[in-house]
Ligand binder design. Structure first.
Ligand SMILES: Cc1cc2nc3c(=O)[nH]c(=O)nc-3n(C[C@H](O)[C@H](O)[C@H](O)COP(=O)(O)OP(=O)(O)OC[C@H]3O[C@@H](n4cnc5c(N)ncnc54)[C@H](O)[C@@H]3O)c2cc1C
Length: 490
């Protein structure tokens, strides 16, 4: 996204040689990145469109080290940018250019501490890579549902801090719903141990929810107890050419009972988004030759193994798709016949962010509305954006079961980033005004970070913003924890 955000005031106390020595005494050689070149990946965002600075990147190996580092920073008023996999799309993990403090990377805290298959939970450190956690659960015949395109590099601490969504929210909820307990280092360095594996715990305010979605502004998540589910034993993946987005939500609505409540994912794709992936991601095949504007990727999974002679997920899906064709909602469809065909369909969906980055300059809005309003939003939103810049190239898609549309546009052919930036504020305002008029959200799953700082300020009520500020000031009176992100303090 173009950068039109003015930096708020942040603490700029530098890391002196003396403090550097103290940091070294806490984390050792392995825990410090000082060389400018080596720091680059930690101060640049995933898109490569935003970069900042940091005196030093600190990589503690334990909660005790994290606590000591944060205590030292608190004592001296040094700002901290917590970071996990650095795949966030809102600039939350990227320091501001005037940042003189540290980036605190949790990546060395990457151990799975215990798995309890009987109790359906596991306890993990914040730097565990999401995909490793999925694989760990699978090795115990269990399932950890959080799943997103960046899962090979994002880390659970970042997932929880952004309250990440992804492609399975429809059935399991977003990251907030997958955590039973947390351990957090507070902005003064104290360790809050909330690592409880309890499904029921009505003992006052549920503090863990403060830190999930806070994008590192209230503390550093160091460990989590995560929920697990039974592993899938029977599944079916299909790629459908569909009439339009209205058909998509009707298909999903009927799929719940047809699948016996086994719809795991339902992703809407436009032809343009699909083509963008086919252009840029090697080895991906178009599953259908149908040249229609809209597609649906549907996944049904059941934990019940397919029994001899009985109908499995694939047969149920086939029958359902036949009915949907007769109803005129599905124009053509293919059910994956093996794992590799299913992977190919999923690669198209998961490749969109990477393909968007390769495509060049663009605008992207991660919004949500109630599910039945998705078709109206897509229609009106495209019209509103094209009224401002008629040659924009819309490539919408979405996690439609969550009402979440990734409302993306490629820059007009031949237009460079600075020129596109001139149009961005007007398009952003038009899209976000529309979403607000439809009682939706301007950030469904990616958060606020830096990119939506002003949008949050504009669209949230004074009472909501003031309540958030009160919480921030109470926990972080020196404003050292990811300052200037999410919330303007004045
Ligand atoms: C290809 C691709 C696909 C994506 N798809 C999705 C998707 O489907 N759904 C979705 O929701 N997001 C998606 N994202 C965005 C991103 O992957 C998620 O936001 C992810 O949860 C970020 O995790 P991370 O480990 O990279 O966190 P980071 O980028 O390192 O950090 C994100 C935020 O959390 C804070 N933070 C990080 N670690 C901690 C910690 N331990 N304690 C406190 N604060 C911390 C940071 O300060 C920052 O504000 C995608 C990104 C890419 C590149």
């Amino acid at each position: 996204m173009p950068d039109t955000v003015i930096q708020p005031q942040i603490p700029t106390t530098p890391v002196t040689d003396e403090i550097l020595k103290k940091l070294h005494a806490i984390v050792g050689d392995k825990g410090l990145v000082i060389d400018e070149q080596d720091k680059k990946p930690f101060v640049t965002d995933w898109r490569g469109s935003r970069s900042g600075s940091a005196s030093v990147v600190v990589r503690p190996a334990s909660v005790e080290e994290t606590s000591q580092v944060v205590k030292l920073c608190h004592e001296h008023g040094i700002a901290i940018v917590p970071q996990a996999g650095n795949t966030g799309l809102m600039g939350g993990a990227t320091p501001w250019p005037t940042h003189r403090g540290i980036v605190l990377s949790v990546g060395r805290m990457n151990k799975v501490l215990s798995v309890d298959p009987v109790g359906y939970s596991m306890t993990v450190e914040a730097g565990c890579i999401l995909q490793t956690l999925q694989e760990t659960a699978a090795a115990h015949d269990r399932f950890f549902p959080l799943s997103l395109g960046a899962q090979g590099s994002c880390q659970i601490g970042g997932n929880l801090s952004t309250n990440a969504g992804g492609v399975q929210v429809l059935r399991y909820g977003n990251a907030r719903n997958l955590a039973l307990g947390l351990e957090v280092v507070l902005p003064n360095g104290d360790i809050w141990n909330g690592l409880r594996a309890l499904k029921k715990d009505n003992t006052g305010y549920d503090l863990k929810h403060l830190f999930m979605g806070a994008e590192g502004t209230l503390g550093v998540i160091t460990k989590a107890v995560l929920k697990l589910w039974p592993a899938a034993k029977d599944g079916a993946t299909a790629w459908l050419a569909i009439r339009d987005p209205q058909a998509a939500i009707e298909i999903l609505s009927e799929a719940h009972s047809a699948s016996e409540d086994n719809v795991e994912s339902c992703e809407l794709m436009s032809r343009e988004a699909t083509d963008m992936v086919l252009r840029h991601i090697p080895g991906v095949q178009d599953p259908l030759k149908a040249d229609t504007p809209w597609y649906l990727l549907m996944q049904w999974n059941s934990s019940r193994p397919r029994s001899e002679g009985a109908e499995g997920m694939a047969e149920k899906m086939e029958q359902f798709l036949g009915e949907q064709m007769e109803a005129g909602r599905v124009l053509d469809a293919v059910i994956a016949q093996n794992e590799s065909q299913s992977r190919n369909m999923w690669k198209i969906r998961e490749g969109v962010a990477e393909a968007g980055r390769a495509e060049g300059p663009g605008l992207s809005y991660d919004i949500s509305v109630s599910i039945s309003k998705i078709p109206e939003f897509i229609d009106k939103g495209i019209k509103a954006a094209l009224e401002i810049l008629p040659t924009l190239r819309p490539h919408p898609l979405g996690h439609i079961g969550d009402g979440n549309v990734h409302f993306g546009f490629g820059a007009p052919k031949g237009m460079d980033r600075p020129t596109l930036q001139q149009y961005a504020p007007a398009v952003t305002r038009a899209v976000n005004d529309l979403i607000t008029s439809m009682a939706g959200s301007i950030s469904a799953e990616h958060g606020i970070g830096i990119e939506k700082l002003d949008e949050l300020q504009h669209y949230r009520s004074k009472i909501e913003l003031d309540t958030m500020r009160t919480i921030k000031r109470a926990l972080d009176p020196k404003n050292i924890m990811n300052p200037g992100k999410v919330l303007r303090l004045s």
